[in-house]
Design a protein around this ligand. Structure first.
Ligand code: IMP
Ligand code: MG
Length: 168
């Protein structure tokens, strides 16, 4: 395993993102939506750096099966709280092809959200994407398969406190 982002680097960046998001939504009612399962660790840390009253909900949609993007999205579990008229912040671990994020943004707009913004810990530098720009990006990283800090390979490694690249 080669470390790509250390625990410290991640914590420092999350503190900055938390401040920026707090400023951006000041005076608004926010619903933070955690994209399961990959974003669960990132969101847990980020949400504690957002100093605003907010709702938290979870959404599960996936384009990945066995470490590969299948190119189509399946919704596995929808929201529990109403989003109509609310400002939604989608929190995900990583923007890869962007298919999941593109799908989720449309999904929440269709449900009648007042606004939908996006925050990802990592953005993979791919030549073309379905969804080009998240509103907040923690780190831009090379196009490698990464694990840890919520991200898995075959469901393992999510509990690593840092982000790494698997070496054989
Ligand atoms: P996208 O729809 O291709 O952007 O894929 C996004 C989802 O795929 C992310 O939310 C992750 O759960 C998963 N994913 C994409 N790249 C990686 C990776 O390098 N490691 C682990 N999971 C990944
Ligand atoms: Mg995911």
């Amino acid at each position: 395993m080669k470390t790509l982002l250390t625990e410290n680097e991640i914590a420092e960046r999350i503190a900055q993102l938390g401040e920026e998001i707090t400023e951006a939504y000041r005076g608004k009612e926010l619903t933070a939506v955690i994209m399961m399962n990959g974003a669960v660790i990132f969101a847990a840390d980020l949400l504690r750096k957002i100093n605003l009253p907010l709702y938290i909900d979870c959404f599960s949609a996936s384009s990945y099966e066995n470490d590969r993007s299948t190119g189509k999205i399946t919704v596995r579990s929808a929201l529990k709280l109403p989003v109509q008229g609310r400002h939604v912040l989608l929190i995900d671990d990583i923007l890869d092809t962007g298919l999941s994020m593109k799908y989720a943004v449309h999904y929440f707009l269709e449900l009648g959200a007042a606004s939908v913004k996006t925050c990802v810990l990592m953005d993979k530098m791919l030549e073309s994407k379905q969804f080009e720009h998240a509103d907040w990006v923690g780190f831009r990283i090379p196009d490698r398969y990464v694990v840890g800090y919520g991200l898995d390979s075959g469901e393992y490694y999510r509990n690593l406190p840092y982000v790494g690249v698997l070496t054989d």
